[in-house]
Design a protein around this ligand. Structure first.
Ligand code: GLU
Length: 547
């Protein structure tokens, strides 16, 4: 009896691996084109970390005229989440992120869901069995535990390797007999490596890293017939002709296993780029951004807030390549697609995830949009997340567009909107329906003097038709008449001669309309809001503060 008998007993109906080699020929791409893949397990949603990795996959493939594909890694059926695959696919669609090949769009190298590739993995496992490079292992849980305990006691390296690998050298006849008896087993690699030997990972991002050669007889096919991550990685990335494996750096330590698997299988080893994780500060420690713990990790968090996908992309691009941000500022008319991303500009250690930075990128982004564009997008956003605001804005486009146009088409536009939800936050006071809902809107407001003249100002002085210049001249004149200094120097010299200065007078108007001391241009706000409504608001204001 020989290895062939063993292989045929274990995988009687599996075709020869050469069938797959022929089925998936080398891709016809130009020199230097990168083939990359994003390979999530089916967790059900896309999070910041996955976006970060897939961004690199996509940019590098597109830049080089290559191919980027999506592969779902669902061989760990214990971890699978219900709807885990559709969740990921939907999220990518919503983000308008498209792969060239994948479970929904297909492609010449599928299936792109690992659980549908069982026969393929088994055919390569069969090949290794035939060559004596893999073997069935019958070790039970108890046996493995026992080995570990002895290793711990003897202070030996823990694991299933070399002389500890109990079934590694089991004669083929005995293995066949055990299988025929129905003894459960898994399939392990018969590692040809020596721990004393050193290998080098020449990582595209991290540079050269020296590591001991793998000598562990790792599991390649589990008892459910599915492959482990390691084995599926080697088989898939070979057959799908991945040139660059871009993945999280938690996989660096598995590189010796992967290199060895590729070599044992007779495959060319691809290039690796290990991406440092996004991190977050928690007290004094810095830890990996967690898709379970951190709300800002979920993409849905930004959608609810109304942060546009483009901003998320810009943020990811900023973290991804250290000089992207500077370039983008210098080339305001260009897009991410015009920038050439390179591995050497990617961070080697973790990158701190910075929500404030994302918000400031967003504000710059919004400052470049037209008011009509913001209106349309806000309407769409509100329809999904804020029906109250949707109802208020849907039939009065001009009103909100006018508000959004305040200080927009100028050299230094306002930077106060960073999300669609900020639009309401910025202008709520311009909608009486929202204003009237606020309980005691002026509760923080008080003056050391009677401000009732403000009503007189609106009735007798304020005119919507005035130009900004006329308006302000009249304001000054009126304020002076009421005892305010209109000249800063004058006021400084003798503050007690005045009620306040011109800024204080304007502040009364501003607070009356907006409840706040800062706002977009007053002249525009007053004009857009309209005199009739101003007269009502002034009554509300005076009633409230004179209470
Ligand atoms: N399925 C692996 C993960 O989610 C992918 C690693 C890889 O890209 O090879 O971590």
């Amino acid at each position: 009896m020989n290895y062939d008998d063993l292989a045929n007993l274990i995988f009687p109906d599996v075709v020869d691996s050469s069938v797959y080699e022929e089925k998936y020929p080398k891709r016809n791409l130009k020199e230097g084109a990168m083939v990359t893949r994003f390979a999530p397990s089916p967790t059900g949603f896309v999070h910041m970390g996955s976006l970060y990795t897939s961004f690199a996959d996509i940019r590098l493939a597109r830049q080089t005229g290559g191919v980027v594909y999506l592969r779902i890694e669902d061989t760990d059926q214990k971890r699978e989440v219900e709807d885990g695959i559709t969740g990921i696919i939907n999220d990518f669609n919503n983000l308008k992120i498209y792969f060239d090949e994948g479970p929904t769009q297909g492609g010449g190298y599928g299936p792109y869901i690992q659980s549908e590739r069982k026969d393929i993995y088994q055919s390569f496992a069969k090949k290794l069995l035939k060559e004596g490079k893999a073997y069935p292992c019958f070790a039970t849980e108890e046996e493995l535990k026992e080995i570990r305990e002895i290793q711990e006691k003897k202070k030996s390296r823990i694991g299933y390797y070399g002389r500890w690998a109990k079934y590694r050298d089991l004669p083929v006849e005995e293995a066949i007999a055990k299988i025929k008896e129905g003894t459960p087993y898994i399939i392990r690699l018969k590692s040809p490596g020596k721990f004393e030997n050193k290998i080098v990972l020449d990582d595209c991002i991290k540079g050269k890293i020296e590591m001991p050669e793998n000598d562990m007889d790792i599991v390649i096919i589990k008892s459910d017939g599915l492959p482990t991550y390691h084995f599926a990685h080697a088989v898939d990335d070979h057959l799908m002709h991945t040139t660059h494996v871009i993945r999280g750096d938690e996989w660096v330590s598995s590189y010796p296993i992967h290199k060895q698997l590729f070599e044992v299988l007779g495959f060319e080893v691809p290039k690796y780029a290990h991406i440092a994780p996004l991190t977050i500060k928690e007290g004094n420690t810095i830890r990996k951004l967690s898709k379970r713990k951190d709300k800002e990790s979920a993409i849905s968090f930004y959608h609810k807030l109304g942060v546009p996908n483009e901003v998320i992309n810009l943020y990811i691009a900023t973290v991804n390549n250290s000089n992207f941000e500077e370039w983008y500022v210098e080339h305001p008319d260009k897009t991410i697609d015009d920038y050439e991303f390179t591995f050497d500009k990617m961070p080697v250690g973790g990158s701190l995830f910075d929500l404030e930075k994302l918000q400031s990128i967003s504000k710059i982004y919004f400052s470049k949009l037209t008011a009509v564009d913001i209106y349309n997008r806000t309407l769409e956003y509100a329809k999904q997340y804020d029906m109250e605001f949707y109802d208020l804005i849907k039939d009065d486009k001009d009103y909100l567009v006018a508000l959004l146009n305040i200080e927009r088409n100028v050299e230094r536009p306002r930077m106060d909107i960073g999300s669609y939800s900020d639009v309401k936050e910025q202008f709520w006071y311009m909608y009486d329906e929202l204003f009237n809902k606020v309980e005691d809107p002026y509760k923080e407001v008080s003056y050391p003097y009677d401000v009732s003249f403000i009503k007189d100002y609106f009735i007798n002085v304020y005119r919507e038709e005035d130009t900004e210049e006329d308006w302000f001249n009249k304001v000054k004149e009126y304020a002076k008449d009421k005892g305010f200094a209109i000249n800063r120097k004058e006021y400084k010299e003798n503050p007690s001669n005045f009620l306040g200065n011109i800024a204080d007078f304007c502040s009364i108007i501003r607070v009356m309309l907006t409840t706040s001391n800062t706002s977009p241009n007053m002249y525009d706000l007053l004009k857009i809001y309209g005199k009739d409504k101003l007269l009502k608001r002034v009554d509300l204001f005076l009633d409230s503060i004179n209470k």
